[in-house]
Structure formats: C-alpha cells, structure tokens
Design a protein. Structure first.
Length: 232
C-alpha cells in the first residue's frame, strides 16, 4: 500500500514552483532587502496565490480519486451516503428546484431521468463514472470550513475530529494557517497592496500547508478504505 494518494503526490510536485518563487525572493532579500523590496513583494504575493490554488486543487483531486475508485473497483453502493447522491446530480436537482413553471419542471425531471437515473440506486456499483466536475461544483477558496463541508459531501462527518486527533497540538495552528493563507490570497486577488508576506513567512506557510494536506490525505484515505476501498 502506498503511503499517500496520487492526489497528494501531485500536490507535492506542484509545490516545487511555489518553492522556486520563495527561493528567488529569499535570495533577493539576502542581496538587498531595501532596493529589491518590490521584486521580493511580487514574488511572495505570487507564491501565496499559487499555494492557495494548489491547496484547492489538492482537495478536488482527492475527491476525484475517491469517486473514480468507486467505479474502477466496482464498489457496492449500500454504504453510500445520500449526500453523495445529491452532489452527483446537484446541478440538475437545483435546476428543478429553482423552476416554477409546471411544464418546465416536468421537462427538467425528464432530463434528470435520462441523464442521471442510473446513478440513483443503493444496490450494485455505479454503472458509469461520476461526473467529478459537477460533483466539485461550488467548492472554491479552500478555507477550513469549506474543506470540511466538501468532505461532508461524501458523508465524512468525522473529518474534523479525525484531523484533530492526528495533528494533536498542531491542529489549531495548522487550520488557522490554512484560513490565513486563503484570507491573504483573497486580499491579494482584490488588489490589497499591503497583503504580502516575507520569504520566511511564505516558507512557513508552505510547510504547514503541506502538513495539513498530508494529514488530510491520511485520515480521508483511512476513512475511505474502511467504508469503501483503498485509494493509496
């Protein structure tokens, strides 16, 4: 059994580009922190945006690995949470819910039946791969509460408890850093010129984000193996 999922391995690979920017910023800081402050600032801001994007991509990738395993390994659906079914068909179901005209509602129900009815059973494996783009719809800006809600789509209500038990004393500093990363990234995206970090602070953000993702990988993969099948 591999130590990590392919989603986490891809995340670690993508961290290389963040580390490259951080190293360039650190080198310029050593050379002349005053004269090169604008370049240092730009490199650090870019590092933060990339790091946040890679965190979001990791969470989605982990979900996709899990969903793909259900069809690849013919996992029976008897243990599948009803929440997962909702997110499998969320776009179509929300479209029906938001329609009031009876004829249009009926047309949308027919469209749902034609497109997704095969998914909706509690017996046997899923007959076709789940559309992960639809399942992941609405997940962005990966603050901790949003990541927690994302895993709840699978029925994994114990995620926060399992993560806290694994990280122990590092739990609060880790989730606080995740939230701080997302908050800083949002400020940068909205043009806040004061939203930046030093090269040393970026390195700390990278280290803690990697710890968060590695720990998340471990607890989610363990839960998924217990409930469905191995994904690492």
């Amino acid at each position: 059994m591999a130590r990590y999922t392919t989603a986490y391995s891809a995340f670690v690979t993508r961290l290389d580009e963040v580390e490259t920017l951080q190293r360039f910023a650190a080198g310029k800081e050593q050379a002349d922190p005053i004269a090169l402050r604008n370049e240092i600032n730009a490199l650090c801001r870019g590092s933060i945006v990339l790091l946040c994007g890679h965190l979001e991509a990791y969470v989605k990738d982990l979900g996709e690995v899990a969903l793909e395993s259900m069809t690849v390994k013919n996992v029976p659906r008897n243990n599948v949470s009803s929440r997962l079914y909702y997110y499998v068909s969320k776009g179509l179901l929300d479209d029906i819910q938001n329609t009031s005209d009876p004829e249009r509602v009926a047309d949308k129900v027919f469209a749902f039946i034609q497109s997704d009815l095969a998914y909706w059973s509690k017996t046997g494996p899923f007959p076709q791969p789940i559309q992960t783009a639809r399942f992941n719809m609405g997940f962005a800006n990966p603050a901790f509460i949003k990541i927690k809600r994302y895993f709840n789509r699978f029925g994994y209500a114990e995620y926060q408890h399992d993560l806290a038990r694994r990280l122990r004393a590092d739990y609060l500093p880790t989730i606080n850093m995740v939230d701080h990363l997302v908050d800083t990234r949002n400020k940068i995206a909205h043009g806040d010129p004061a939203a930046s970090k030093t090269p040393g602070e970026v390195a700390t953000m990278m280290s803690i984000t990697r710890l968060f993702c590695g720990s998340t990988d471990a607890v989610f993969a363990t839960w998924w193996r217990t409930r469905f099948c191995a994904i690492r």
